[in-house]
Write a protein that binds this ligand. Structure first.
Ligand code: DX5
Ligand code: ZN
Length: 239
């Protein structure tokens, strides 16, 4: 677990980028002020789609060595890809709790991730309750990811009913980074930030923006504004 005051972090999802120029798209978002870049890895099993794997991550890392690759692993076997992703330059590794046949084994995956030096994160899909994240698991990771769309593709509509899970997790884990991913944009970031999210993933809203820098700044401002509601009854106001 890192830090005592979760800071605003913006992580543009490359799913909405031009994959033919992936490295320059990654560099562009870093130049616009993004701290991280969100790499959506899909294996065709955990989700139907296939995107990229460690060789592509390694190519990006070679061209943009200072990139912080926030790897969202939508894969059926999370443990199998930990070392290849670390070797490819991944800095954060998020796995889905739904991918484990025995969720009690999640701590083993977390330990494996940490043994490579990467940050560890665990994700919950819209149908998974926040109670799937036990106190022990939440306190062992660096970040929790609350999906606000069904994982699998970009450009979907934000599912507001996922936001109370952010508030519940923020109450239990005041110091852990909490990420939201899916359909997040200028109109939806505010409720996520108020509920407790400090790490914002956005694909369409950033890669499609005329001025990504101002959208990134707006997201960060919303997180700072939302912070005072964390853990209070205001967290879900107006939802
Ligand atoms: C969905 C991915 C998301 C997605 C976000 O499976 O995990 O990262 O690309 O894209 P937008 O912001 O367009 O919903
Ligand atoms: Zn993602």
């Amino acid at each position: 677990m890192c830090g005592s005051h979760p800071r605003p972090i913006i992580s543009p999802s490359v799913l909405a980028s031009d994959f033919g120029q992936l490295s320059s798209e990654v560099q562009r978002m870093m130049d616009e002020g993004a701290e991280w870049v969100h790499m959506d890895v899909m294996d065709g099993h955990f989700v139907p789609n296939i995107t990229m794997g460690p060789p592509v991550l390694a190519s990006v890392y070679k061209t943009v060595p200072n990139v912080f690759m926030d790897c969202h692993m939508m894969v059926a076997d999370p443990a199998a890809w930990v070392k290849p992703v670390a070797e490819a330059g991944g800095k954060s590794y998020t796995f889905h709790i739904e991918a484990l046949t025995d969720p009690a084994k999640a701590h083993e995956v977390v330990e494996l991730i940490h043994s490579t030096g990467m940050r560890a994160a665990v994700a919950i899909s819209p149908d998974t309750p926040s109670s799937a994240i036990t106190d022990a698991l939440g306190n062992s990771v660096d970040m929790l990811l609350v999906m606000t769309v069904v994982p699998g593709k970009g450009g979907q509509k934000f599912i507001a009913s996922c936001v109370p899970k952010v508030a519940e997790l923020r109450t239990r884990f005041p110091k852990v980074d909490i990420q939201v991913d899916g359909g997040v944009g200028p109109g939806t970031v505010g409720c996520c930030a108020k509920a407790g999210s400090n790490v914002i993933v956005a694909g369409t809203a950033l890669f499609g923006a005329e001025n990504p820098k101002s959208v990134i700044q707006d997201f960060k401002d919303k997180i700072e504004e939302g912070r005072s509601s964390w853990g209070t009854e205001k967290a879900l106001e107006g939802l």
